[in-house]
Design a protein around this ligand. Sequence first.
Ligand SMILES: [Zn+2]
Length: 162
Amino acid sequence: MGCGSALLQAPIEGRERAICRACRRVHYENPAPAAAVAILDGPQVLLVRRAIQPYRGQWGLPAGYQEVDETCENAAVREVREETGLIVRLTGLLDVLTTPDDPRKASILVVYSGEAVDGELEPGSDVDEVAWYSLNELPRELAFHNNRLLLERLRKGEVRRW
Ligand SMILES: [Zn+2]
């Protein structure tokens, strides 16, 4: 947090940034880390329908922002529990994607694979439905470009190459 004085725009490290007139603190804007989990059961993937904006009513992987005092893995497991009622064990790292189409803020989405080890499937916070979908018959309304990208890669069995 800043000292509360007015900000001005100034070129710093190659781009315009907001800087405090009084204490000269620079307000860097960086993407927020978020975690998602692809829970796969054969050709099926577990998706949640969003009950909040943005993309309310559209489907996506269980996901959410990482809290400041937790690891990205813990955020992934927590979000799945909160949104689906399932306890997951993470089994791998699938991808790291940017999210330019979230109007709240830019984010980095870390996508894990996981398997359910406990819990009862039930829509929880921020979602109103949880369902298994075949990767070959995904819902038309998918939230976030990076979810579409990732699900398409999973459907094709592609591993990302850099
Ligand atoms: Zn200041």
